[in-house]
Design a protein around this ligand. Sequence first.
Ligand code: NAD
Length: 403
Amino acid sequence: MKENQDDLAKIIVLENGKPYADAFGEITYAASFFQWFSEESARVNGDIIPSANATSKILALRQPIGPCGIITPWNFPSAMITRKLGAAVAAGCTTVIKPASETPLSALALAHLSEKAGFPKGVVNVLPSATSAEVGKILCEHPLIKKVSSTGSTGVGKLLMAQSSSTLKKLSFELGGNAPFIVFEDADLDKAVDGAIASKFRSSGQTCICANRLFIHDSLYDEFVKKFVDKLSKTTLGFGLDEKTTHGPVIHEKSMSKVRSHIENAIEKGAKLLLGGKRREDIGENFHELTVLGDVTPKMKIFHEETFGPVAPLIRFSSDEEALSLANDTEVGLAGYFYSSDISKIFKVAENLEVGMIGVNTGAISEAAMPFGGVKESGFGREGSKFGIEDYTIVKSVVLGGL
Ligand code: NAD
């Protein structure tokens, strides 16, 4: 992947639309999973456990679960595959990968490179398909597939779970989020502004862990708005291969409709448009201005639904308790972020935010060594880290008697 980084990045730009620098960064990130899991594969071991019976010993063998179905989204067409594939192969499993129909080429390029790199035939299989539902159903129902790992929307996760019930397959799901980003009264404002921009607008807001609701303490609200809008005004929307481009389009018309409906609904219900707000057909298909909405409240659709687009809703709060209760007022719990300089508050908030991953004083959290995953309707299972490999193994107990 490193040797072919430029080509792989260009494929991502052409099929996903994100700027080249982001695509290049995605390949570095994607390749880091192979590096990390190849090192960790040396430590996939079991246990020897003392038995209550003096003449026996208990061995807990850790074995590969078997052939795995891997279903991935379009927003990180390379990294969402390697985060699963690296762990599966490290555990000793073979894979059938169904990439998103919007981004099959990144997956095929990876399969081609894996063959060149010497993976035995049959370890990395890619099944691109325009008929996701059909392939997904087969992966979930087929008795030879022992596990399905899927990253995508919560709705599709629920469907796959129901389909897998006939074979009681092991599952792991990385699903949708609605991440809170809280700027407490004692936050470093400049750092919070930079973190919010990175977290909210990376890939034009199309990441599952991106800040979806920004809660700003009343005392900092006006200054935050000024700095946030000022920095965002200096971004450039455009084609991913153009060097000046800092932000690309949304993936398709369906995403655009959601972005438009969230903005319109919020404004109708009293939100203030502080930046952007327009579709930009003059630039190309599915381009939308980076948009900031002020005075957003829980009455608006954007508070409860994941926008998955370039819109930042700002919500005021006046006490820590209010911020936590608003942040947790959602049925999903993938990521959360907050900025504070008070160490006891940091622990209290980290323990009480109902999410699987938290960034404290940072808007960037994901790396190969970190257990990645959610709680509530954001799914279950962890990717990355040693837990990522465990998800692709079974533990078999062997009792040695008559010793
Ligand atoms: P999606 O659920 O529509 O698609 C994800 C994958 O599932 C794709 O491969 C798609 O082809 C496939 N799929 C769609 N319908 C299917 C069906 N009926 N049966 C089997 N497979 C099916 O999601 P999307 O809209 O493409 O991606 C955005 C969503 O993914 C967001 O909700 C986002 O939060 C989530 N996401 C989560 C993570 C994470 O790690 N938690 C990462 C990226 C994206």
